[in-house]
Design a protein around this ligand. Structure first.
Ligand code: ATR
Length: 275
């Protein structure tokens, strides 16, 4: 049977094995998908051992996405732009590195949440790996404007400069949180790690335009703190990142197996598990 795995550290709570098992059942694909704890100093060795044992591909999660980029022999354009890899495909000629996070986010926004991106004003909070991973697919959706805001302004500016070449008709700019005062957005995406520390990015009030969506890449039981704060600040709609998790998995599955699973029932079942 074809073998796949997700590698991370920690990994015990990963939902990827459950998601991919559901996709495999649904599409009638015979495959095994396991969770591998990668030693912090032994990522590459673990990947090579899994490949040598017959593995066909892997998902890569925290903290190994940069090492996975370095390990891959070639990259898809979206992985190249992100500088990070969350999906490895073991080919006869070498290892292909892809990044399905951004496509997963865009698909969750457009297909699951009915959020049109073209022509809209998007605010992306954070300038770390999570932001880099989603910038190319977001710009590809042709928003009118995309603002990257970060605590450390220089990092946001560097990212904006780097992605200008991909911005086409989108007004791409960068700033600190305080400079957002007086501006309005149709979509605000939290890609900071603030919630991991139980914190919120210090945002000025009044960011949400009429009908706006606040999207947190994090998820948990019930609304995240970012979602609660956004609602209080007037966001008409709020969503967490569970849909992005399922959609990036569907994108990886499609890359490996050449067949796209129906993510909706899997997302609904996962949501029921969390509630
Ligand atoms: P990730 O891969 O999850 O993006 P990262 O590369 O370490 O992780 O980036 C974390 C992001 O969350 C950064 O944008 C960071 O801001 P700085 O660049 O200023 O460090 C942001 N972040 C982390 N804690 C935060 C907090 N308490 N408030 C606001 N932003 C925070």
């Amino acid at each position: 049977m074809d073998r796949y795995a997700v590698i991370g550290n920690p990994i015990a709570h990963s939902k990827s094995p459950w998601i991919h098992a559901a996709f495999a059942r649904q599409t009638g694909q015979a495959l095994a998908y396991e969770a591998l704890l990668g030693p912090l100093d032994g990522f590459t060795a673990t990947v090579h051992a899994f490949r040598a044992a017959g593995g066909r591909g892997m998902n890569v999660t925290v903290p190994f996405k940069l090492e996975a980029y370095a390990l891959a022999d070639r990259h898809t354009p979206r992985a190249e732009a992100a500088g990070a890899v969350n999906t490895l495909v073991f080919e006869r000629s070498g290892i292909l590195g892809d990044n399905t996070d951004g496509a997963g986010l865009v698909r969750d926004l457009s297909a699951n949440l009915g959020c049109t991106l073209a022509g809209r004003r998007i605010l992306l909070l954070g300038a770390g790996g999570a932001t880099r991973g989603v910038l190319l697919p977001l710009l590809g959706s042709r928003p009118a404007a995309l603002t990257i805001a970060n605590r450390t302004v220089g990092k946001a500016r560097t990212l904006a400069e780097r992605f200008t070449v991909h911005a086409a008709g989108t007004g791409l700019d960068a700033c600190g949180f305080a400079e957002l005062a007086g501006r309005r957005f149709d979509l605000v995406i939290n890609a900071t790690a603030a919630s991991l520390a139980g914190e919120l990015p210090p945002l000025p009030p009044g960011l949400y335009a009429e009908g706006a969506l606040a999207y947190d890449m994090m998820y948990g039981h019930g609304d995240t703190r970012f979602m609660q704060a956004a609602r209080a600040d007037g966001a008409a709609h709020v969503a967490d990142g569970l849909g992005m998790l399922v959609e990036q998995a569907a994108e990886s599955f499609a890359l490996w197996r050449g067949i796209r699973p129906d993510s909706a029932p899997v997302l609904a079942a996962l949501r029921r598990q969390l509630d």
